[in-house]
Design a protein around this ligand. Structure first.
Ligand SMILES: CC(C)(COP(=O)(O)OP(=O)(O)OC[C@H]1O[C@@H](n2cnc3c(N)ncnc32)[C@H](O)[C@@H]1OP(=O)(O)O)[C@@H](O)C(=O)NCCC(=O)NCCS
Length: 157
C-alpha cells in the first residue's frame, strides 16, 4: 500500500469524499454541493491509498491570521494506523500562520489536544436546523442550552 496526500482541488473523486463524510453522518449534501464546498475552501487535504481516496479535510481561512478546520474524516477501515495524523498535520500545515479553531465530537477532543488544540469556553455558534437537529447538537455538546452560563468566573454573572 502506498499512501499519499493531495492538496489540490481538481481531479479529486468527490463521490468518495461524499461517501466518507456520509459514513460518519458528517454531511448530507449531494456530490456536486460537496465538490463546491471543498473547492470554495481555502485549503484542502485528501489522503489516498494508491489511487483510492480514503480521507479528507478542509480549512476556511483569510490566509493570514484566522482559520477553521472542517470535515476531517478517514474511512473507518484505515483508523488507528497514524493516517489520521498525516491528514490532520497536512491541513494544519497549510494554515500554520493562523490561529486555528475547530469544533468536534466529544470522543475526539483528547485527540485534538495531541495536536496542540485547547478547549474554549467562549466559542459561540448559530446552527441551522430543525428542533430535533438542534436538540441533537445540544446532546453531543456542539451547543450549550440557550442562556447557558459558566459560573466559575465573575464575567458571566
Ligand atoms: C479523526 C480521525 C481522522 C483520526 O484518524 P486515525 O487514523 O484513527 O488517527 P491516528 O491513528 O492517526 O491517530 C492520531 C493520534 O491521535 C490519537 N487518537 C486517535 N483517536 C483518538 C481518540 N479518540 N482519543 C484520543 N486520542 C486519539 C492517536 O493515539 C494518535 O496519537 P499519536 O500520534 O500521538 O500516537 C478518524 O478517527 C475519523 O475519521 N473519525 C471519524 C470522523 C471524525 O470524528 N472526525 C473528527 C470530527 S471533525
Amino acid at each position: 500500500m502506498s499512501y499519499s496526500v493531495k492538496t489540490t482541488k481538481e481531479g479529486i473523486d468527490y463521490n468518495a469524499v461524499s461517501k466518507v463524510l456520509k459514513s460518519f453522518g458528517m454531511s448530507d449534501c449531494d456530490v456536486d454541493t460537496q465538490k463546491k464546498i471543498f473547492q470554495n475552501s481555502y485549503a484542502v487535504s485528501f489522503l489516498y491509498d494508491d489511487d483510492k481516496l480514503i480521507g479528507c479535510a478542509r480549512a476556511l481561512s483569510d490566509g493570514f491570521c484566522e482559520a477553521a478546520l472542517y470535515n476531517i474524516a478517514l474511512a473507518e477501515e484505515y483508523h488507528g494506523q497514524g493516517l489520521g495524523r498525516i491528514l490532520i498535520e497536512s491541513i494544519i500545515e497549510q494554515v500554520k500562520q493562523c490561529n486555528i479553531i475547530l469544533y468536534t465530537h466529544p470522543q475526539t477532543i483528547a485527540m485534538y489536544e495531541k495536536f496542540g488544540f485547547r478547549r474554549q469556553k467562549s466559542g459561540m455558534a448559530i446552527y441551522h436546523g430543525n428542533e430535533t437537529e438542534l436538540q441533537r447538537f445540544e446532546e453531543v455538546g456542539f451547543i450549550l442550552p440557550e442562556g447557558y452560563r459558566f459560573h466559575d468566573n465573575e464575567y458571566e454573572e
